[in-house]
Design a protein around this ligand. Structure first.
Ligand code: NAD
Ligand code: UDP
Ligand code: UDP
Length: 323
C-alpha cells in the first residue's frame, strides 16, 4: 500500500454501507484496503472501484487473524439483516466477537484508531424512547435476534476493554436503520422488500399491524457521520448514536414506496416476527454536539434515489428474476 496516503482498512467493505464508505474514503485521498468474505457482500458492489489504483480487495474472514499494515480501521464486517444474520447464527456471533478480537489485536499491534459499526439493536426492544446512549437496552438473551444483538454488545465490551487495558484508540458508533442504493435486494429488510415488491407488482408484506416504527437514515448521511466521528479526536470514544431521528410507522413507509413507484401492489398483512422492536428512534444529541452532524436527506428524497437504483440494477437489466 502507498505510504504517502492514509491507509484505511474497511472490513465488510463489499457490503451495503461498506461500499459507500470505501467510495467516500477514496474521494478523500485515502488508500483503501477492503476486506470481505462475500457472505452478504459481493464483488459486483465494488466492481466500479477495482480499477482504482488506491483500492485493494482482500477476500478474508475476520474470524481468522489478519496481519496487514494500515493507519486506521473501520470494522463493519457482520451480516446486518435479520434474514442474513439468522441464517448461520453461530457464525454471526463469531464474526462480531472473534472478529472484534482480531481487529482489536491488529489495532493494538499497529497502535491505530479503530471504529466499530455497532447497532441500535444493542437497545433491543427499548423501554425508553427515543434511545440515548446511556440506555442499557432490553435484549432477549436467548431469542432469535440475540446472535446479532448480544454479539454486537460483546464487541462493544471488547472495544472498551482494549481501550482501558491496552490504550487502543477506539470509536464506537451505534447505527440505526440505514437504507440507500446497493442494499441487497433479497436481504429481507423492510426498505428493500417493499421496493422489490412494489416494482414487481407483488403484494407488500406488512408485518403485524404496521404500527411499529423505525427511523430511516440515508446511507450518505450515515457515512458522513462515521467519517466525521473517526476524524474528530475531541469527539472521544463514543458510543455515539448515528441515525435519522425522523420516525415513521412501517405502514407509512409502505404507502410512501407505493406512491413513489406508482405501483398497484396491495398491502398484505403477515405475522410480526419474534422480538420485533415496537419502536425505535435515535437520540442524536451527542452526535450533533460533538460533530455538528445532522442527517440532511429526508425520507422521500432518499427513497426516490434508492428506488431509482433498484430500477436500474434489477429491472432495466432484467436481473430482478434472479432474486
Ligand atoms: P451487509 O450485510 O451489506 O455488509 C456486511 C459485510 O460484511 C458484507 O459484505 C459481508 O460479506 C461481510 N462479512 C460478513 N461476515 C464477515 C466475516 N466474518 N469476515 C469478513 N467479512 C464479513 O450489511 P450493512 O448493512 O452494510 O452493515 C454493515 C455494518 O453496519 C454491520 O456491522 C452492521 O451490523 C452495521 N449496521 C448496519 C445497519 C443497517 O441498517 N444497514 C444498522 C446498524 C448497524
Ligand atoms: N491479531 C491479528 N492481527 C494482528 C495482531 C493480532 O489478527 O496484527 C489477532 C491475534 O491472532 C490475536 C488477536 O488478534 O488472537 C488478539 O490480539 P491480542 O494481542 O490482543 O492477543 P494475544 O495475541 O495476546 O492473544
Ligand atoms: N417489516 C415488514 N415487512 C417486511 C420486512 C420488515 O413489515 O417485509 C417490518 C419488521 O417487522 C420491522 C420493520 O419492518 O418491524 C423493520 O424491519 P427490518 O428487518 O428492516 O429492520 P429491523 O427490524 O432490524 O429494524
Amino acid at each position: 500500500m502507498r505510504r504517502d496516503r492514509k491507509r484505511v482498512l474497511v472490513t465488510g467493505g463489499a457490503g451495503f454501507i461498506g461500499t459507500h464508505l470505501c467510495e467516500t474514503l477514496l474521494a478523500r485521498n485515502c488508500h483503501v484496503l477492503c476486506v470481505d468474505n462475500f457472505f452478504t457482500g459481493s464483488r459486483e458492489n465494488i466492481a466500479h472501484l477495482l480499477s482504482d489504483p488506491f483500492f485493494e480487495l482482500l477476500r478474508h474472514d475476520i474470524t481468522f487473524p489478519l496481519y496487514v499494515e494500515v493507519d486506521e480501521i473501520y470494522n463493519l464486517a457482520c451480516p446486518a439483516s435479520p434474514v442474513h444474520y439468522q441464517f448461520d447464527p453461530v457464525q454471526t456471533t463469531k464474526t462480531s466477537v472473534i472478529g472484534a478480537i482480531n481487529m482489536l489485536g491488529l489495532a493494538k499491534r499497529l497502535r491505530v484508531p479503530i471504529l466499530q459499526a455497532s447497532t441500535s439493536e444493542v437497545y433491543g426492544d427499548p423501554t425508553v424512547h427515543p434511545q440515548p446512549e446511556e440506555y442499557r437496552g432490553n435484549v432477549n438473551i436467548t431469542g432469535p435476534r440475540a446472535c446479532y444483538d448480544e454479539g454486537k454488545r460483546c464487541a462493544e465490551t471488547l472495544f472498551f476493554d482494549y481501550h482501558r487495558q491496552h490504550k487502543v484508540p477506539v470509536k464506537v458508533v451505534r447505527i440505526f436503520n440505514t437504507y440507500g442504493p446497493r442494499m441487497h435486494p433479497n436481504d429481507g429488510r423492510v426498505v428493500s422488500n417493499f421496493i422489490m415488491q412494489a416494482l414487481r407488482g407483488e403484494p407488500i408484506t406488512l408485518y403485524g399491524d404496521g404500527g411499529q416504527s423505525r427511523a430511516f437514515c440515508y446511507v450518505d448521511d450515515l457515512v458522513e457521520g462515521m467519517v466525521a466521528f473517526m476524524e474528530t479526536a475531541s469527539a472521544g470514544t463514543g458510543p455515539i448514536n448515528l441515525g435519522n431521528p425522523g420516525e415513521f410507522t412501517i405502514r407509512h413507509l409502505a404507502e410512501e414506496v407505493l406512491r413513489i413507484t406508482g405501483s398497484a401492489s396491495r398491502i398484505e398483512f403477515r405475522d410480526l416476527p419474534a422480538d420485533d422492536p415496537r419502536q425505535r428512534q435515535p437520540d442524536i444529541t451527542k452526535a450533533r454536539a460533538a460533530l455538528g452532524w445532522e442527517p440532511r436527506i429526508p425520507l422521500e428524497a432518499g427513497l426516490i434515489r434508492t428506488i431509482e437504483d433498484f430500477r436500474r440494477r434489477y429491472f432495466e437489466t432484467g436481473r430482478a428474476a434472479r432474486f
